[in-house]
Design a binder for this molecule. Structure first.
Ligand SMILES: Cc1cc2nc3c(=O)[nH]c(=O)nc-3n(C[C@H](O)[C@H](O)[C@H](O)COP(=O)(O)OP(=O)(O)OC[C@H]3O[C@@H](n4cnc5c(N)ncnc54)[C@H](O)[C@@H]3O)c2cc1C
Length: 287
């Protein structure tokens, strides 16, 4: 590891071996890890945490790691729940949080940002300009754009707008040997689709460094509905019927979740219709 630290230093990469930083990068949000931490046990520890600030620095880190055969674990918001980035082999934890640039192209309805941008920050900035990602996972405020791609994330508005794979336009990624690959910012193109390869890759194929995503104008019209049912079957029956009306959001809750969220002993369904014709669709659903 001392060679790795020397090379990181001479490459001008910001890094830390402080215990607090190692602890902060020892696990994701998997509940079993939380139990361990309560007992003051760490599931694993990296030997160093690196904080690259741009794509070139990510490339330098991966080149160093590759030449010295050192494992690299990629960390965004660490809100993942499947234990995929736990540094069981020690090595380098690479935090993407320094990759935090945001460039909005209103006319083209796209935003390009560093993969470490936290979703909640991005959504707020877009909202101030009258736009939205319409990718709203429950972990919006503790997950990153790169993490969304790497975990094939789904959001609350995915019923209407699609999952993350439907919303990304292009990627810039750094391969394990440090090579930088960049796609053109066009929705479709001939040849291998890099972004499809990286969706759900969980850090296996390299580091997603930059992501370009579609953005949507905040809807001027919306219609919100909620229903209670005596059985899950009747809730699902309505859900099937509503799908043809193309809701932006639709969720069915079982009795336990309904009690937790709405303090009611029933099964429930909520739906939001957005955009032109939202009120009309909502009224049909309600009838
Ligand atoms: C309370 C809570 C609510 C949640 N709600 C949802 C939800 O509604 N929808 C949903 O889909 N998920 C949800 N999740 C799961 C989690 O938030 C998502 O999987 C999220 O996309 C992870 O993003 P992250 O930035 O935290 O990634 P991390 O947890 O840091 O990383 C997750 C995986 O992606 C890899 N990775 C991260 N960034 C990069 C990168 N730039 N390049 C390459 N690999 C990378 C990591 O190595 C790891 O394998 C929830 C989690 C919690 C704790």
């Amino acid at each position: 590891m001392s060679r790795v630290l020397e090379e990181l230093k001479s490459a001008g990469i910001s890094f830390s071996t402080d215990y607090e930083d190692l602890i902060a990068h020892c696990k994701d949000f998997n509940p079993l890890h939380q139990l361990k931490l309560l007992k003051k046990l760490t599931p694993a520890l990296p030997e160093v945490v690196v904080f690259p600030k741009n794509v070139e620095e990510v490339s330098k880190v991966l080149k160093i790691a590759n030449s010295l055969r050192t494992p690299v674990y990629v960390f965004g918001g660490a809100s993942g729940v499947i234990d995929s980035a736990t540094p069981y082999e020690g090595g380098i934890a690479l935090s993407t949080l320094g990759l935090d640039w945001i460039e909005i192209e209103e006319e083209n309805r796209i935003v390009t940002c560093g993969s470490g941008v936290v979703g909640g920050r991005l959504e707020k900035i877009l909202n101030h300009r009258g736009f939205s990602l319409r990718h709203i996972p429950q972990s919006l405020y503790c997950s990153t754009v790169g993490g969304w791609v790497a975990t094939a994330s789904s959001g609350q508005f995915s019923t209407g707008y699609g999952n993350i794979e439907d919303l990304i336009v292009s990627l810039k990624a750094v391969m394990p040997n440090g090579e930088i690959l960049e796609e053109r910012k066009t929705p479709r193109r001939a040849g291998v689709d890099l972004k499809r390869l990286f969706v759900g890759s969980e850090g296996l194929f390299g580091v997603i460094a930059e992501v370009t995503m579609m953005i949507f104008e905040l809807p001027k019209e919306s219609f919100k509905l909620s229903f209670e049912y005596e059985s899950i079957e009747s809730a699902l029956e309505d859900a099937k019927r509503f799908l043809s009306l193309k809701p932006a959001l639709m969720r069915v809750f079982d009795d336990e979740e309904t009690l937790r969220y709405f303090d009611s002993e029933a099964f429930s369904l909520i739906a939001i219709f957005e955009g032109n014709g939202a009120v009309e669709s909502g009224k049909i659903a309600r009838s």
